[in-house]
Design a protein around this ligand. Structure first.
Ligand code: HEC
Length: 113
């Protein structure tokens, strides 16, 4: 029946779309993970207003260029020998966070943007 096969096509399309979304690093997800898990210590976005002075902001981490994507991924997988807690993030969460950090614009601390 035509309607039935159309329905199947829609189901398959939705499945493929959600699969693609799940695979790619996602800035919006990175932002919400950062707000939930990182903002207690880090300034994760301009004008956040809190966070700790002893902890680099995400903009500073991006601006330093000391850590590339691979090094950030390795650090977040196992932040040993660091004052940072290990947050047991999944690989997908780490990919989203790395994309989010790398998308930070070069703004200073408390610039308010
Ligand atoms: C309990 C506080 C705390 C939380 C929560 C936290 N961090 Fe950190 N983070 C730190 C501190 C402190 C440092 C500085 C580490 C050092 O100097 O040894 C740091 C450093 C970093 C660095 C830089 C490492 C380097 O070598 O320069 C990255 C990247 C980072 N954090 C990412 C994150 C991300 C992403 C999250 C959320 C998933 C997060 N942090 C959550 C405290 C925290």
């Amino acid at each position: 029946m035509r309607a039935e096969s159309l329905k199947n096509a829609v189901v398959i399309a939705i499945f493929l779309l959600s699969f693609k979304e799940g695979a790619a690093a996602d800035l919006t997800r990175g932002h919400s993970i950062a707000v939930r898990w990182c903002s207690e210590c880090h300034m994760v976005a301009p004008g956040q207003g809190h966070g700790s002075d002893a902890v680099p902001t995400f903009a500073e981490i991006k601006a330093s260029d000391r850590l590339d994507e691979a090094q950030l991924t390795a650090f977040l997988s196992a932040p040993e020998h660091s004052r940072m807690p290990n947050l047991s993030l999944t690989r997908a969460e780490i990919a989203d966070l790395v994309a989010y950090i790398k998308a930070q614009r070069k703004v200073g601390r408390n610039s308010g943007d």
